[in-house]
Design a protein. Structure first.
Ligand code: SAH
Length: 223
């Protein structure tokens, strides 16, 4: 996990031996289950460390500082647990919901949770646009995450209903983020959001331009 350890350090994260072991187990389980179901196209040991694990951890740069330990976080369309599970490994106190539309992925996530010995993870199967109408999930989360699920206008529509007022949705984006933001402007406004900041990630390991789009929830989302 040398690549991950070095990259995480640049994010201000000193991984302890337990966390390094958890990332190692995560890698092994991902590769093992990937032989039987389609979880990831990235399987190379070093690439997984950078493109999955380190990339997931970058969202921490957009968290309100100092980071509150008991943050309530939802990861929409989490797939194999990204970015939620790497975050949970480095911030074990967070309360995390992993949401995905497919049962098969949920099965992997239950297995992974047990293998990693992680508490306070709830795995929910369903479509974001339906789950967001259930009162126990609507406007309940300090931080909403969603990686590689849709373009920003759609993402905002899926994510902002989950966000508590004063909470934030953090989108991970590549180059060309400005045009995505202008396309999403109306959706952001309609759903009760406000663009707070776009933050460039300076981490040469990632090998390409990466941005975090931080959208604050300032008003309730209309039902
Ligand atoms: N976030 C992961 C997976 C991205 S693939 C990663 O970065 O690797 C997109 C995932 O989103 C798939 O697992 C798919 O099942 C899920 N998904 C797509 N639309 C969804 C929706 N409307 N609600 C819930 N999950 C959705």
């Amino acid at each position: 996990m040398e690549k991950l350890i070095a990259g995480a350090k640049k994010l201000g994260l000193q991984l302890n031996p337990r966390q390094i072991e958890q990332f190692s187990i995560y890698y092994q389980e991902l590769i093992d289950w990937n032989q039987r179901m389609n979880l990831t196209a990235i399987i190379d040991y070093e690439e997984v460390q950078i493109k999955h694990f380190l990339d997931s951890l970058t969202v921490i740069l957009a968290f309100p500082q100092p980071i509150k330990e008991d943050l309530h976080i939802i990861d929409i369309g989490t797939g194999a647990g990204l970015p939620g599970v790497p975050l949970k490994i480095v911030l074990p106190q967070i309360r995390l919901i992993l949401l995905d539309a497919t049962i098969k992925k949920a099965k992997f996530l239950h297995h992974l949770k047990q293998k990693l010995g992680l508490d306070d993870i709830e795995i929910v199967v369903g479509r974001a646009e339906e789950i967001a109408h259930q009162t126990q999930y609507r406007e309940r989360f300090d931080i909403v995450l969603s990686r590689a699920v849709a373009g920003l206008p759609t993402l905002v529509e899926l994510a902002l209903p989950f966000c508590t007022i004063g909470g934030r949705f953090i989108a991970q984006k590549k180059a060309g983020v400005d045009s995505e933001i202008s396309e999403a402007a109306k959706a952001i406004d309609t759903l009760g959001g406000r663009l707070r900041e776009t933050k460039r990630i300076n981490l040469e390991e990632l090998g390409e331009e990466r941005w975090l789009v931080i959208i604050e929830k300032i008003l309730p989302t209309p039902s």
